[in-house]
Design a protein around this ligand. Structure first.
Ligand SMILES: CC(C)(COP(=O)(O)OP(=O)(O)OC[C@H]1O[C@@H](n2cnc3c(N)ncnc32)[C@H](O)[C@@H]1OP(=O)(O)O)[C@@H](O)C(=O)NCCC(=O)NCCS
Length: 154
């Protein structure tokens, strides 16, 4: 399984994860955001195939430490630099078969690599309510008052 930067060679319009907003984001926005350095989208695809099985978009940002789970709050500065899962989805045909796990592990490895180069305390995601349990499996935790803002500390 390859994880490659999104290019026009991939069949973006053929991707369907069951969420029209995410599908549309991949078609209309992901490429623009790459050109403007807002985020970078990586697609999960077989060698030489245009089919997108899944994708994630990573970017950078910062979070107020008071929004982190309490056990992470000391002794950090008030604003914490983090990597951000901007988007993530697996195509309907491939959901429930480990593709999401492969995606998230690849994204975490990529973010950890860059964290070692330049800093970045962890990864943040604003999860959809249905997907929060998925992130919790990979040691993403939330402050009780912000249960969908999940954070994985490196
Ligand atoms: C959420 C999503 C990325 C998960 O991908 P997936 O390929 O179906 O997940 P996997 O098959 O790799 O599952 C890995 C593990 O997470 C669990 N899991 C998967 N989806 C889950 C969910 N929504 N809630 C809780 N656990 C979930 C699986 O049971 C599995 O656990 P196991 O190893 O104990 O069996 C996928 O369902 C999806 O794209 N959904 C639509 C778009 C979306 O919601 N994106 C997230 C936006 S925040």
């Amino acid at each position: 399984m390859n994880f490659l930067p999104l290019t026009a060679d991939f069949d973006r319009k053929g991707f369907d994860c069951g969420d029209p907003i995410l599908n549309n984001w991949l078609v209309t926005t992901a490429g623009q955001h790459m050109r403007k350095k807002i985020s970078v989208t990586y697609v999960q695809a077989d060698e030489g195939s245009a089919e997108i099985k899944g994708f994630y978009a990573l970017t950078i940002g910062q979070i107020d430490k008071l929004r982190l789970p309490e056990r992470f709050q000391k002794p950090l500065p008030s604003q914490i630099p983090v990597f951000i899962f901007a988007r993530m989805a697996v195509a309907l045909n491939y959901q429930g078969k480990g593709f999401g796990q492969a995606l998230i592990l690849n994204a975490m490895e990529r973010a950890r690599f860059h964290s070692a180069q330049i800093g970045g305390a962890g990864i943040l995601v604003d999860a959809k309510p249905d997907a929060a349990g998925f992130y919790r499996k990979f040691d993403f935790n939330a402050h009780p008052e912000f249960p969908l803002r999940l954070f994985h500390l490196f």
